[in-house]
Each structure stands twice: as structure tokens, then as C-alpha cells.
Design a protein around this ligand. Structure first.
Ligand SMILES: NC(=O)c1ccc[n+]([C@@H]2O[C@H](COP(=O)([O-])OP(=O)(O)OC[C@H]3O[C@@H](n4cnc5c(N)ncnc54)[C@H](O)[C@@H]3O)[C@@H](O)[C@H]2O)c1
Length: 350
């Protein structure tokens, strides 16, 4: 049994500096060792070398996968490359962490899950924002029963503005409007609801932004077995945004603007609590009502990587499995199908 996992990051891009964030998280985890960075753009590989002088760099995944002494690769490249690179990695006998969105389609997700199983290697999806301080607080309040039984979850982001965002706004490369922020939102909702989905209804609008081929506005309604319903909306034509979260329960509600929750994100590995969520509690059949601000918990994004080390070295659970990643992609696909068919579509994965 090794005592460290030797890691390489694939993709060191300039758009969100997320390859660098992966390097920082790996570097901070004592049982993970950052060996190198691979980027097909030699300039980006050079930037990585300047940031991390001790590491090796490669300009093709073939060079990296030829290295038998690398145990794990972390894929931080555009969405359309996630599946092919992951399949190549499993073929070479590597464990894989793949950024959200896991891939473009359920068919790709299934191929990745099957390839990992065939290789006997780990597939983990980087839904690290389960560790955001506001989400951690919201989850705790809901699980502690502070607002009773949850029957509606509204989550929305975006606003009004030109969506142009490089490859993210090319459908064939990024996947579509939902694939940028949607993976966080849908993963949060599915984690919070913690129950089987029974169907998805989607509403997509393409009304304003002609220079990109993704939707301008998407609303996704997810129905759960208990009757709870989630409304996840992301828009580039919403001139009147609502708060990020509004959760209704039989004994209260939670409202959160998300302010402060991700301050420092992409630069740091964790932060102390920032911001708060509003908790509303009602009792005596609505006659008594109290409102309070509850501070967020820490943003502990780094713990994803510690959980990964615990999994690889000590058999703890995978932080976020390929099956979890596939559920999110399945919701996007079902929503798009539903938007065309006009009816609620089933989701094949729980
Ligand atoms: N979890 C989060 O909160 C979060 C935040 C931002 C970005 N992301 C994700 O990170 C990923 C990368 O996004 P980004 O904004 O950094 O993109 P980016 O375009 O800035 O960077 C991608 C990099 O990958 C390189 N690349 C492309 N194809 C490659 C290949 N075949 N082999 C090696 N390198 C290759 C490019 O040269 C580029 O430097 C996406 O999946 C994105 O959704 C996640």
C-alpha cells in the first residue's frame, strides 16, 4: 500500500484558473503529491511551471499516460474533452478526478463509469461546491428539521447580460446553458432532497442572444417521490433576479443570496465563515414567526481532496461518485428533451 498518491493535473487554463486551484488543493493534501501538469497549450504549461517550479509538464496526454509512476489524473479541461481523456486515463490504469460538468451526455457518463469499473480504478467527479459554507449551513438546517418537511426548493442564478464565455457558450464544446453553473445547482438540489426523482420538466428559451448557439434561459423542474419539487433556473435574460436559494418547509423557510459564500474561491483552499443565511421559523399554525440570520459554516473545499486521499489509501467512500455525476447530466438531458416534447420526462437514474 503506497503512502502517497502521485497526481497530475490536465488543463491549466486561464478562464477561471481552475487547473491552478486543483494544483493548490493537491499540494495542500499531505498524502497527495503534485507531480506535474499537462496542457496542450505550451504557454499554459509554461505558466504552470512558473507557478510550481518543482513539477514536470507535458504537452499531450499521451506523454503523461505513458508515465507509469502517476497514480491519479485530475481533468480540468473543456467539457467535450472530459470523456475521451477519462477513457484514455482508465486505459492507462490511472484513477480519475473529473471536473464538473462530468461530460456532455448520459451515454458518455455511462462509458466513463464502465471504463473505471473495467480498469478497477476510481472515478470521482469534482462537485466540490457541496463544501461551500452556505450550502453546508443550509443542509445542516434542513437535516436538523429546522423548517419541517421541505416541499419546494427554488434555486436560481444568472441575470441579464451577454453570455459570451469562450468554449462554454459553444454547445458542442460546453454542452449548453445549464452545463456551466447548472452542475453545482442540480448537485446541491439532489444532495439536499436525498430522494428519488420521478420526473423532470424543462423550459428553454432562445430569444435574444443570436451570436451563441446555447439557450438564453433555462428552467428545470425536478419532481421527487415525496412530492417535493425543485425549480432550478439559470438565465442570461433575467432582468429581475431572485435570491439564489429559497427553500419552503412546513415549519419555515430558508432564504440565501449566496453573498460571501464563494469569496476567495479559486485562489484559496478554504476560508473561515463568510456571510449568513436567513432562517424563518413559524409555529402555532403561523401565528408565531421568527426570523434570524444564521452564519454560514466554513468553505472547506479542501476537504474534498482529503476525502479522496482517505478513499484511495484507506478505503473510505469516493467523495462524489460517477453515478452522482451522471444523475446531474441525466437531469440536463431530460430537461432539454422535455422542453422539446412539452411533457415531463422520466430520469433513468435516481
Ligand atoms: N468546480 C468549479 O467550481 C469550477 C469552476 C471553474 C471551472 N470549472 C471547470 O473546470 C474545467 C476547466 O474550465 P476552465 O474555465 O479552467 O477552462 P479553460 O479553457 O480556462 O482551461 C482549459 C485548459 O485545458 C487545456 N486543454 C484543452 N484540451 C486539452 C487536452 N486535450 N489535453 C490537455 N489540455 C487541454 C486548454 O489548453 C486550457 O488551458 C471545466 O470543466 C469547468 O467547468 C469548475
Amino acid at each position: 500500500m503506497p503512502d502517497t498518491i502521485r497526481c497530475a493535473v490536465i488543463g491549466y487554463g486561464p478562464m477561471h484558473h481552475f487547473g491552478r486551484a486543483h494544483c493548490a488543493w493537491i499540494d495542500h493534501t499531505s498524502e497527495l503529491e503534485l507531480v506535474g501538469v499537462c496542457d496542450i497549450d505550451p504557454e499554459r504549461a509554461e505558466v504552470a511551471k512558473q507557478d510550481w517550479p518543482e513539477i514536470e509538464t507535458w504537452n499531450s496526454t499521451a506523454q503523461l499516460f505513458a508515465r507509469e509512476d502517476i497514480d491519479l489524473v485530475s481533468i480540468v479541461t473543456p467539457h467535450f474533452t472530459h470523456c475521451p481523456i477519462a477513457l484514455e486515463a482508465f486505459e492507462a490504469g490511472k484513477h480519475v478526478v473529473v471536473e464538473k460538468a462530468m461530460c456532455l451526455s448520459v451515454a458518455e457518463a455511462t462509458a466513463m463509469i464502465e471504463a473505471a469499473e473495467a480498469a478497477g480504478k476510481t472515478l470521482a467527479v469534482h462537485h466540490n461546491r457541496r463544501h461551500d459554507g452556505n450550502f453546508r449551513r443550509i443542509r445542516q438546517l434542513v437535516e436538523d428539521g429546522e423548517i419541517g418537511r421541505v416541499f419546494q426548493i427554488d434555486l436560481q442564478a444568472g441575470g441579464y447580460g451577454d453570455p459570451e464565455h469562450g468554449w462554454y457558450t459553444e454547445k458542442a464544446k460546453g454542452g449548453g446553458l445549464l452545463y456551466f453553473w447548472g452542475p453545482h445547482a442540480v448537485d446541491w438540489v439532489l444532495t439536499l432532497a436525498g430522494e428519488r426523482m420521478t420526473g423532470v420538466t424543462g423550459f428553454f428559451h432562445k430569444l435574444v442572444w443570436d451570436h451563441v448557439d446555447i439557450a438564453d434561459h433555462a428552467k428545470v423542474l425536478i419532481r421527487f417521490e415525496s412530492g417535493c419539487v425543485a425549480d432550478v433556473t439559470y438565465s442570461r435574460i433575467n432582468a429581475a433576479p431572485r435570491p439564489l436559494w429559497r427553500i419552503l418547509g412546513t415549519e419555515g423557510a430558508i432564504v440565501d443570496t449566496g453573498a460571501g459564500a464563494t469569496r476567495g474561491y479559486e485562489q484559496v483552499i478554504s476560508t473561515p465563515p463568510q456571510g449568513s443565511v436567513k432562517l424563518i421559523r413559524v409555529s402555532d399554525r403561523g401565528r408565531r414567526r421568527e426570523e434570524m440570520e444564521v452564519p454560514n459554516l466554513d468553505n472547506d473545499w479542501h476537504s474534498y481532496w482529503q476525502e479522496l486521499a482517505d478513499h484511495l489509501l484507506r478505503g473510505a467512500p469516493v467523495p462524489v461518485t460517477g453515478h452522482d455525476g451522471r444523475r446531474t447530466i441525466a437531469v440536463f438531458e431530460a430537461a432539454e428533451r422535455s422542453s422539446r416534447s412539452g411533457v415531463t420526462e422520466p430520469v433513468p437514474y435516481e
